[in-house]
Design a protein. Structure first.
Length: 535
C-alpha cells in the first residue's frame, strides 16, 4: 500500500481505537498516583471514542475530510490531560492532511510530526517522560528515516517501533515512574493506538475484545423507574469485580434500593454496570468500591438540570457567570453560596469533556465566563473549551483542587471589572495550602513511602505525607504538615463517608494544638474523605 485514502484512513483509525479499547484497563493500571482519579486509559478511550462516533457515518474517500471530522470529535470529547493531548496530536495530523485526497508514506510521516508539534504547543509546561516525549521522539525518527519508496505500513511499523523505544526510556526521564517500576501510561496508550493502526495494514481492523465498556449506554428498556419526583443525582458507574464468583447481584440491588430508585444493574462476567437515582451518590459508590475497582463514574445533578431547564429557555443574558467543577451535595451548595452560577458534575474519576464545558458556557448565557476546573487533570479540557468558544470571553482560573476553587470564589468581587476579578482569583490560589484524604487504589511505592491498597492517604500537593489504616490519625498528621505559625484559618470539608463525631474530634485536636480557627463544611463528596485548606 503506497498511498492511503480517506476510507482506508477511517478503517485505520477505527482499528487503532479498538486496540486502545481492548487495552485501556491495563493503561489505567499504570497510573502512578494511587488515588481514585480520572485514569489515563479511561480518558483516552472516551476521547478517542468521541472521534470515532464523529466519523462513523462519514462516507468519503478524501483523507483530509476524515482527518478533520475525527479531530473535531476528539476535540469535543477530550477528557483529562491525556485525552486533550491525544486530541491535539490528531489536530496536528488533520492540519497536515487538510485538502488532500490521499497521501503517501512521506505525507503520513509528516502528519505525525506535525501532530507532535501541535501537542507540545497545547501544553504550557511540557513534561518529558510522558506521551509528549513518545510522540515527539517517534515522529522525529520516523520522518528522518522514511523514504518515498516506503509503503504506508512501513511508516506505521517505524512509528510503533520508535514509540516503543521511547516508551521504554520514560522511567529514566520521570523518577516517579522509575520508583513505581512502570512506563508512562499516556505513552503506552499512544503505542496501543499506533499498534492498532499498523495492524489494519497487515491483518485488517482489530476487533473489540471483551472487557469493560467505558462508553456504555444503559438500555432504557431495562429501567425500572419508580422515581417519586425527588430529583437527586443520576449516578452511573462500572465495577471491575474483585471476585466475580462471589458477586451477589440481588444484594447490590437491595443495597441500592435503600438509597435510591431507577436502579439498573447489568452483570457481564467480572464487569457490573450500575445506574441509580440517589440523593447521596457517594453511598452508591461506596457499595461499588466494596466489590471492586470503579472504572468509570458519571454523576449528574437532576435538580440543577431541572432548575436550569425550565421550559427549555435560557436565562437572561448575564454580564459575568462562574462555572465550577464539583461533586458532592454540600460542596455544590458551598459553590452556589459563593456566587457560582453553574456546576459541572465531576472531578476525580469523572473528568468532564471539552464539550461539557462548551455546553455549560452556553447554558449560563453570559457575555463573560470564569471557569474553575478544581482539578489539575481538567484544566486542559477547560482551556480547550475556551479556545473553541468565540462569542464569549472565557477565562480559566487554573484551580487544581476544591479548596483552591473555594478561595478563588471568595476573592470574586462584583464591584470589580472582569479582568481585575480574574487576576484577583488567580492570585488567591497561592494564598492557601490544600490537602486531601482519600484511599489507595493499589499497592505501590510512591515518594519512598510504601502504600497498601485501601490505606488512607494524606496528600499535600502531589506528595503523600501520611498513610495508614486509621483515617483520623492520617488526617491529623496531614494537618500537622500543613499548619505553621502563620496559619490563621483551617477549613475542613468532609465527605459522605465521615461521621460528624470524627470531624469534631479532628477539629478539637487542631484548635487545642494550634492558634487557628477551624471551619467545618459538610461536603458529602464521594471518594475523598476530607478536603482541607489552610490559610
Amino acid at each position: 500500500m503506497k498511498r492511503i485514502n480517506g476510507s482506508e484512513f477511517k478503517s485505520m483509525l477505527i482499528s487503532g481505537g479498538n486496540n486502545l479499547f481492548n487495552n485501556y484497563p491495563d493503561i489505567d493500571a499504570l497510573n502512578v498516583f494511587p488515588v481514585p482519579d480520572g485514569d489515563t486509559g479511561t480518558n483516552m478511550n472516551l476521547t478517542y471514542s468521541s472521534g470515532i462516533k464523529e466519523i462513523a457515518n462519514l462516507h468519503t474517500n478524501n483523507i483530509g475530510e476524515v482527518a478533520k471530522a475525527f479531530s473535531k470529535g476528539l476535540l469535543m470529547g477530550a477528557r483529562g490531560n491525556s485525552g486533550v493531548i491525544t486530541s491535539q496530536i490528531f489536530k496536528g495530523i488533520s492540519n497536515e492532511l487538510e485538502g488532500k485526497e490521499a497521501v503517501t508514506s512521506v505525507d503520513l510521516a509528516k502528519a505525525f510530526h506535525t501532530g507532535s508539534k501541535v501537542a507540545y504547543k497545547a501544553v504550557l509546561k511540557p513534561v518529558e517522560g510522558t506521551i509528549l516525549t513518545v510522540i515527539r521522539e517517534s515522529s522525529d525518527k520516523t520522518l528522518k528515516d522514511v523514504k518515498h519508496s516506503n509503503k504506508i505500513q512501513d511508516v506505521l511499523e517505524m512509528m510503533v517501533d520508535n514509540a516503543n523505544e521511547s516508551l521504554k526510556k520514560t522511567p529514566e526521564l520521570l523518577p516517579v515512574l522509575k520508583e513505581a517500576g512502570v512506563v508512562d501510561s499516556g505513552g503506552y496508550g499512544l503505542v496501543k493506538i499506533l499498534e492498532g493502526m499498523k495492524a489494519y495494514c497487515t491483518d485488517g481492523i482489530v476487533e473489540r475484545g471483551g472487557g469493560a465498556d467505558a462508553t456504555f449506554v444503559l438500555d432504557p428498556d431495562n429501567f425500572v423507574d419508580n422515581h417519586d419526583g425527588a430529583y437527586g443525582y443520576c449516578t452511573e458507574f462500572i465495577i471491575m469485580l474483585n471476585d466475580a464468583a462471589k458477586f451477589n447481584e440481588q444484594k447490590l440491588k437491595d443495597n441500592l434500593a435503600k438509597i435510591g430508585d431507577s436502579i439498573v444493574v447489568v452483570n457481564d462476567d467480572d464487569i457490573v454496570k450500575v445506574h441509580v437515582h440517589a440523593l447521596e451518590p457517594g453511598k452508591a459508590l461506596n457499595y461499588g468500591t466494596a466489590l471492586g475497582d470503579l472504572v468509570k463514574i458519571k454523576i449528574e445533578n437532576m435538580q440543577v438540570q431541572a432548575d436550569n431547564n425550565e421550559n427549555f429557555k435560557k436565562p437572561e443574558v448575564k454580564e459575568v457567570a462562574i462555572i465550577a467543577v464539583s461533586s458532592g451535595e454540600g460542596v455544590n451548595d458551598m459553590f452556589y453560596d459563593l456566587r457560582v452560577d453553574h456546576i459541572i458534575g465531576g472531578g476525580q474519576t469523572m473528568n468532564p469533556s471539552t464539550n461539557d464545558f462548551i455546553e455549560a458556557i452556553d447554558k449560563v448565557n453570559a457575555k463573560k465566563v470564569i471557569i474553575l476546573p478544581n482539578n489539575s487533570n481538567i484544566i486542559l479540557a477547560a482551556q480547550q473549551a475556551k479556545d473553541v468558544v468565540e462569542e464569549v470571553d472565557v477565562q480559566v482560573i487554573p484551580s487544581k483542587s476544591i479548596i483552591q476553587g473555594m478561595v478563588a470564589c471568595i476573592n470574586y468581587n462584583p464591584s470589580l471589572d472582569f479582568e481585575e476579578n480574574v487576576e484577583a482569583m488567580t492570585d488567591a490560589l497561592s494564598t492557601v495550602k490544600d490537602g486531601e484524604v482519600t484511599y489507595a487504589v493499589k499497592d505501590t511505592i510512591f515518594g519512598g513511602r510504601k502504600l497498601s491498597k485501601n490505606d488512607f492517604m494524606g496528600i499535600l500537593g502531589k506528595d503523600v505525607v501520611s498513610n495508614g489504616k486509621n483515617r483520623k490519625e492520617v488526617t491529623k498528621k496531614l494537618t500537622e504538615a500543613m499548619i505553621n505559625d502563620d496559619s490563621e484559618l483551617v477549613t475542613i470539608i468532609y465527605g459522605d463517608d465521615v461521621q460528624a463525631a470524627e470531624v469534631d474530634s479532628i477539629a478539637a485536636y487542631i484548635e487545642e494544638k494550634y492558634d487557628v480557627e477551624v471551619e467545618k463544611v459538610e461536603g458529602k463528596q464521594p471518594l475523598y474523605s476530607y478536603y482541607i485548606g489552610v490559610e
